[in-house]
Ligand binder design. Structure first.
Ligand SMILES: *Cc1c(COP(=O)(O)O)cnc(C)c1O
Length: 443
C-alpha cells in the first residue's frame, strides 16, 4: 500500500524543517507525538479509512481528523460540494443561502437548537456559549468537569483532558491548565469531578459538560448524571451547555441529547458538522440566542463564519448521515470494541475498551493491576491509564500500519469508511501489538 507519487522526503526530514519554523513542528500539540515518542507521519493524502505519508507508507486511520471526517477521507460527495462551492468564490463577508440551509439542517436534527450561530471552530463555539450564558444570566461563575475538554479559551483551560492532560497537574483544583492563563481568567471556573451531580447555587451562570466524555479516554455518563445536571440547572436558573463537538451527529442523528433523553439549553457543535472543514456552531433556546449581537448585548463575530466552502462540506456530510448510516457506524464500533477487548484479553494485557454508541476508547490499566479492569468513571480514574503502555501499543500498531491517536486520552473514531474487513484487520494488528506489549518486546 505504498504511494509512488509521494514526495522524496522522509518524515524525519520534514519534522526537522517543521520544527525550525513551527513551534514543535506542529499546529496542534497532540500531533507532535510528545506523549508517545517518535516522529510524526506527515500526511500527503487520504482516502476513506486510509492515510498516506510523505514516505509513501499507508495506514488504516483511526484518527479521522479527531472525528471531523465521519464519512471517511475525501468522500466524493463532500469533495464535489467543496469544489463546486470554491468555483463560486471562497468568502464574501455577506450572508449566503447555505448558512440558512445548514442552520435548518441542524435544527431539524436537534430540536433543542431553535436558533444556531455558525463559527469556525469548536473552541469558538464553547467560548461564546459561555459568554452568552454569562450575559443572559448576569452571573459570572461557570462549572466544568475535570477531564472534559472544551477547546483552548482561557476560562475553560482548567483540568482539561486531551493533550492538556500531559501538561495538567491541577488534579481537579481550579488552576489554569496552561501558562499564560491568568488566575483571574479561571477564578470563576469551578472544576468538579465528572459523573457526580453537584449542588449548585444562584451564582452559577452555566454548567458545561461533554455528555459523553471523549477527551480523557472514553467515559460514559453514569445513569442519572445528565438528568441530574438538567434538574440542578433548572432549579437555580443556570444555563446547561452540552459540548457536543464530538458527540453531535456522531452518536446519532440528534446527538447525545437524543440518545440520553436530556435537553440542554445550549449545544456546542464542531468536527462532524464541518465535513472536515472549519465549522463550529452553538445554538439552543431562542430567548438565549437572541441575546447575541446584532439583536442583543452579547458580542460575537467572525470574518469567515458561515464560510461557503465549510457550509457546503457540512451540508454534504450531514446528507450522508441517515438512520442507516448510524446503524452501520454503530455496528463498526461494536465490532471494533469487542475485537480490541478480545485482543487485549487474549494477549493478557489488563485493559478495558469502553464503547458508547459509535465511540470507542482504550484504557490500559496501570502496571501491576490484578483482576478485571473497570472502565474509569472520572478524570482521577482516567489518569491511572498506563501512558507508557499506550505509547508502546501505539508504536506497535503504527509500525504495522494502523494509526491510532498519538495520546492515551484520545478515542478511536470508526467512520463510514471502516468496513468490517478493515475493522477486522485493525483487530488482528491489535492482537499482535498487545502480545508484543505483554512480552515487552516493543521499545
Ligand atoms: C475538539 C473539541 C473542542 C474544540 O474544538 P476545536 O475545533 O478543536 O476548537 C471542544 N470540545 C470538545 C468536546 C472537543 O472534542
Amino acid at each position: 500500500m505504498t504511494d509512488p507519487s509521494a514526495p522524496a522526503l522522509t518524515n524525519a526530514e520534514l519534522f526537522d524543517r517543521a520544527r525550525a519554523v513551527i513551534p514543535g513542528g506542529v499546529n496542534s500539540p497532540v500531533r507532535a507525538f510528545n506523549s508517545v515518542g517518535g516522529t510524526p507521519y506527515f500526511v500527503t493524502r487520504a482516502a476513506g479509512a486510509h492515510v498516506w505519508d510523505v514516505e509513501g507508507r499507508g495506514y488504516v486511520d483511526m484518527v479521522q481528523s479527531y472525528g471531523a471526517v465521519i464519512a471517511g477521507h475525501g468522500h466524493p460527495l463532500v469533495v464535489d460540494a467543496i469544489r463546486r462551492a470554491a468555483g463560486e468564490g471562497t468568502s464574501y463577508g455577506a450572508p449566503t443561502h447555505r448558512e440558512v440551509l445548514l442552520a435548518e439542517a441542524i435544527r431539524a436534527r436537534m430540536p433543542s437548537v431553535e436558533k444556531v450561530r455558525l463559527v469556525s471552530s469548536g473552541t469558538e463555539a464553547t467560548m461564546t456559549a459561555i459568554r452568552l450564558a454569562r450575559g443572559a444570566t448576569g452571573r459570572d461563575r461557570i462549572v466544568k468537569f475535570a477531564g472534559n475538554y472544551h477547546g483552548h479559551s482561557d476560562a475553560l483551560l482548567a483540568a482539561s483532558g486531551s493533550a492538556v492532560a500531559h501538561l495538567d497537574h491541577s488534579d481537579g483544583a481550579t488552576l489554569p491548565g496552561s501558562a499564560g492563563v491568568p488566575a483571574a481568567a479561571v477564578a470563576d471556573t469551578v472544576v468538579l469531578p465528572y459523573n457526580q451531580v453537584p449542588v449548585l447555587d444562584e451564582t452559577v451562570a452555566a454548567v458545561i459538560v461533554e455528555p459523553v466524555a471523549a477527551n480523557m479516554g472514553l467515559v460514559a455518563p453514569a445513569p442519572g448524571f445528565l438528568q441530574g445536571l438538567r434538574d440542578e440547572c433548572t432549579r437555580v436558573g443556570a444555563v446547561l451547555i452540552f459540548d457536543e463537538v464530538i458527540t453531535g451527529f456522531r452518536l446519532g442523528i440528534g446527538g447525545a441529547q437524543q440518545v440520553f433523553g436530556v435537553t440542554p439549553d445550549l449545544t456546542c457543535l464542531g468536527k462532524v458538522i464541518g465535513g472536515g472543514l472549519n465549522v463550529g456552531a452553538f445554538g439552543g433556546r431562542s430567548d438565549l440566542m437572541d441575546q447575541l449581537a446584532p439583536l442583543g448585548p452579547v458580542y460575537q463575530a467572525g470574518t469567515l463564519s458561515g464560510n461557503p466552502l465549510a457550509t457546503a462540506a457540512g451540508l454534504a456530510a450531514l446528507s450522508l448521515l441517515d438512520q442507516d448510516a448510524y446503524q452501520r457506524l454503530e455496528r463498526a464500533a461494536a465490532r471494533l470494541a469487542a475485537g480490541l477487548q478480545d485482543a487485549f484479553d487474549s494477549a493478557e494485557v489488563s485493559a478495558r475498551v469502553p464503547r458508547v454508541g459509535t465511540l470507542v476508547g482504550i484504557f490500559i490499566a496501570p502496571p501491576g493491576t490484578e483482576g478485571p479492569v473497570e472502565a474509569p468513571l472520572d478524570y482521577e480514574g482516567a489518569r491511572m491509564t498506563d501512558e507508557d503502555g499506550y505509547g508502546r501499543f501505539f508504536h506497535a500498531m503504527i509500525d504495522a500500519g494502523v494509526a491510532l491517536a498519538p495520546g492515551a486520552y484520545e478515542v478511536l473514531f470508526p467512520g463510514l469508511a471502516h468496513t468490517h474487513d478493515i475493522v477486522d484487520h485493525v483487530v488482528t494488528v491489535a492482537y499482535r501489538s498487545a502480545l508484543a506489549l505483554a512480552r515487552k518486546d516493543v521499545p
